[in-house]
Design a protein. Structure first.
Length: 433
């Protein structure tokens, strides 16, 4: 991994820190015809683009219930138990996120009630490229169910090795969660299917879930017609560590994110030259012994990854705040206090016993998180993602009379006399002027 020495630097960290360079607009010309074709030809276009990009055309766009049930029946018992435990833990955490209705009394006779209503229909995208992500089924479906979304559809790419259906572990995860509307569709064509609707799939109002650059481009281009959770970029981990950190743990966690993709970002921020050197030794040893060593090595040696040297932990906090990582680990003295001083991160993993892998599967937190520095203004997927706040405004006559002397001058100041008239028509002139 390359080194970047920021000790004593006054440069804006955002201009010098490693970051994956992903130009979503660069694929817009390729994505636009896909969206237009799906809008015009529906199911057949989705199937044909899937055959072109995924190398297989499923027997049907909709996955039959018997195929979903068979996937669960054939699931390795150990994997089933693990998925059931993941679902249990994610439900525990996300159940506490559900907001309740609240009524505020503004003035006598005037109240505003905030209701939280679920999005009526959502499309959840589960990627299926280099890896299989049944955990992403859990992370998307559970908060949607706890938000009481009445209609949930899942799409995942067809697999040549599975008869054109999505990966059986993904289908099994859907079965465990009671999801029976599943589509063998991936990429931009799946997002278009959700947005426009087809003969088989009704349009949705919200699409969530990570994907490749083509999925991200489609979500960007269709935003407005549909709501989206985020524009997911390459996965990333930042680790803030001092001389108390275990180099083997730090190296293993950097490798775990590099395993995702050659453009995954792994960044170590440390004030310790000794730790940096020890981590480099561990990386060399551990990468050679792991399965996806070529992919991992490419990610670790890419421009998006590196070791950042800082003067002390305080500067390190400033650096990781500027980086705003999707995943941030804290391996320092007083790790909890340091973690609570960080304001920008998708999720923060505190201490030696909370690796990012825990959050990916079993912490109970959500692993669909903001990337590319967006954690400074955005949150990860949650129950709130699937809820809409709706205000009920209830004023009686006396409350409107009390508001009129303030409302009417403001309407007139904005040169909107009809706004004032809408109040004046309800009240005698003597009290509405």
């Amino acid at each position: 991994m390359r080194r970047l020495d920021l000790r004593g630097s006054t440069a804006d960290p955002r201009t010098v820190l490693p970051r994956a360079d992903v130009d979503v607009e660069s694929v817009a010309a390729q994505v636009h015809p896909v969206l237009a074709d799906v809008r015009a030809r529906g199911d057949q276009a989705v199937l044909e683009w899937g055959a072109r990009f995924d190398g297989v055309e499923p027997p049907s766009l909709s996955v039959p219930a018997v195929v979903i049930a068979q996937a669960l029946a054939n699931l390795d018992p150990a994997v089933r138990t693990a998925l059931e435990e993941a679902i249990r833990r994610v439900r525990i955490v996300h159940a506490d996120q559900r907001r309740s209705e609240h009524t505020t009394s503004v003035v006598p006779g005037g109240t505003v009630t905030e209701r939280w209503l679920p999005v009526e229909r959502v499309g959840l995208y589960v990627p299926g490229g280099r890896a299989v992500y049944p955990s992403s089924v859990v992370m998307n479906v559970v908060p949607a169910q706890l938000a009481e979304v009445p209609s949930i559809a899942v799409a995942s790419p067809p697999q040549p090795d599975n008869g054109g259906w999505p990966h059986p572990t993904i289908l099994a995860a859907c079965a465990l969660l009671g999801i029976d509307e599943v589509y063998a569709a991936g990429g931009a064509q799946a997002i278009a299917m959700f947005a426009y609707g087809t003969e088989t799939c009704r349009p949705v109002y919200l699409v969530t879930g990570p994907g490749n650059i083509y999925v991200t481009a489609a979500k960007r281009m269709l935003r407005g017609l549909i709501a989206i959770d985020s524009e997911a970029g390459p996965t990333e981990i930042a680790i803030l560590a001092d001389d108390t950190a275990d180099a083997a743990y730090v190296a293993a966690d950097l490798i775990s994110q590099a395993e995702h993709d050659v453009i995954a970002a792994s960044v170590l921020v440390t004030p310790s030259d000794e730790l940096a050197a020890a981590v480099e030794v561990e990386l060399e040893r551990q990468v050679a012994a792991t399965k996806h060593s070529e992919r991992i090595l490419a990610a670790l040696q890419g421009p998006q990854s590196g070791i950042v040297l800082v003067s002390d932990v305080a500067q390190g906090v400033s650096i990781v705040n500027a980086y705003a990582a999707e995943h941030l680990e804290i391996h320092t003295r007083d790790a909890r206090d340091v973690a609570r001083s960080v304001s920008n991160a998708g999720a923060i993993f505190v201490g030696a016993w909370a690796p990012v892998s825990l959050g990916d599967y079993m912490a109970g937190s959500n692993h669909v998180l903001p990337t590319g520095g967006c954690a400074c203004h955005s949150s990860g997927l949650s129950v709130q993602t699937f809820l809409r706040g709706v205000h009920l405004i209830e004023y009686d006559e006396s409350a409107l009379r009390a508001a009129a002397p303030y409302l009417i001058p403001l309407a007139q100041a904005e040169d909107l006399p009809a706004h004032a008239a809408a109040v004046q028509v309800r009240l005698p002139r003597s009290t509405a002027e």
